[in-house]
Design a protein around this ligand. Structure first.
Ligand code: UDP
Ligand code: MG
Length: 322
């Protein structure tokens, strides 16, 4: 079991995924620890350096020397934000964990509200966005399409969901026990249930550095998570099959009618169109099925979600969470 170590009562673990955040990571450490100290919440900060190519790791090491509550783990390469979140959760020793972006776009003050709700007995406290902050119109459109597809196929309303969440130890252990490699934290943490409260927040503007998401990486992210959480595209295959079957019945009747009334021979165009139509539908369906087979292949290989190359502060031993 990933989390067999004893957990401190009341300790809050703050998980901060960081990818090329040399400016924001130390700033986040200062802001969040000052805030939690003021609110008298016992805490630890866990930075996960997701294979940054700048000096993020050096900054995290400096912070962990300066502040005893700061720890860090470093990935051997970029494994993505989802992997970073899970690595942070695996390192956490707290009775509850909060996950937030280290660019401070998730307002840290809300951590205190979340913690108070946890003290009242809620096991999952979700941060929900009341506004998305500044984004390009194309980005907003892409995000909207993704969430529509996601809610349509999974039944979870995700349009305001974010990765800003507080999870009780029990919820963290449940998440860590899941072996799936393409885990989609945002959706999984709703899917597991538990008594849930919500805290609204406004997405802030980034103070330094820039967003790590290009439109292409967002598209890949959307596709992976859609497939990780839903088999709706596979049902689409059946649906298309039925559609083509209906069309073929209609056309068959029409062709037979033509044959018996002696108007056959014509209809070459129809044949071409039909071949192309059925051919393309078959290809699309094969593609969808192939995509899922690829995902199954990835899961079956059972590779670790991430590989740790270094730790700082008194991080747990690297092997524990592989
Ligand atoms: N991040 C990460 N790995 C990645 C991309 C991003 O750990 O491959 C982290 C990043 O450092 C930040 C958070 O995920 O703390 C959100 O990323 P970003 O601010 O780029 O996304 P946005 O806020 O634009 O959605
Ligand atoms: Mg951000």
């Amino acid at each position: 079991m990933p989390n067999s170590a004893p957990t401190d009562s009341g300790l809050l673990s703050v998980v901060l995924p960081a990818f090329n955040e040399e400016e924001m990571a130390p700033r986040a450490a200062d802001v969040i620890s000052a805030l939690l100290e003021q609110a008298q919440i016992p805490h630890e900060l866990i930075f996960v350096d997701d294979g940054s190519r700048d000096r993020t790791w050096v900054r995290i090491q400096e912070k962990s020397r300066a502040l005893p509550q700061v720890r860090g783990v470093r990935f051997s390469r970029n494994f993505g934000k989802e992997a970073a979140i899970f690595a942070g959760l695996a390192q956490a020793r707290g009775a509850c964990c909060v996950v937030l972006d280290c660019d401070l776009q998730h307002p840290p003050e809300k951590i205190v509200d979340m913690y108070r709700l946890w003290q009242q007995g809620y096991q999952v406290v979700e941060g929900v966005k009341v506004s998305r902050g500044k984004e390009s119109p194309l980005h907003t459109l892409a995000v909207r399409c993704f969430y529509r597809a996601m809610s349509g196929s999974t039944g979870l309303d995700m349009s305001r969901a974010s990765d800003f969440k507080l999870l009780d130890r029990r919820a963290v252990d449940v998440l860590l026990a899941m072996r799936e490699k393409n885990a989609f934290f945002r959706a999984l943490s709703s899917w597991i249930g538990f008594s849930t409260a919500q805290v609204e927040f406004q997405v802030r503007e980034r103070e330094a550095g820039r967003s790590k998401w290009s439109l292409r990486s967002l598209f890949r992210y959307a596709l992976t998570n859609l497939a990780a959480f839903s088999t709706a595209p596979l049902q689409l295959v059946t649906f298309l099959g039925v559609l083509v079957l209906i069309a073929s019945v209609v056309l068959s009747v029409h062709s037979l009618w033509q044959k018996f009334t002696g108007q056959a021979l014509e209809g070459f165009t129809t044949v071409i169109i039909l071949i192309l139509f059925i051919g393309s539908i078959l290809m699309i369906c094969l593609g969808i099925i192939g995509y899922y087979i690829a995902k199954i292949y990835e899961e079956v290989k059972d590779r670790p979600r991430y590989i740790l190359s270094d730790t700082c502060g008194e991080a747990r031993h690297a092997e524990k969470d592989l």
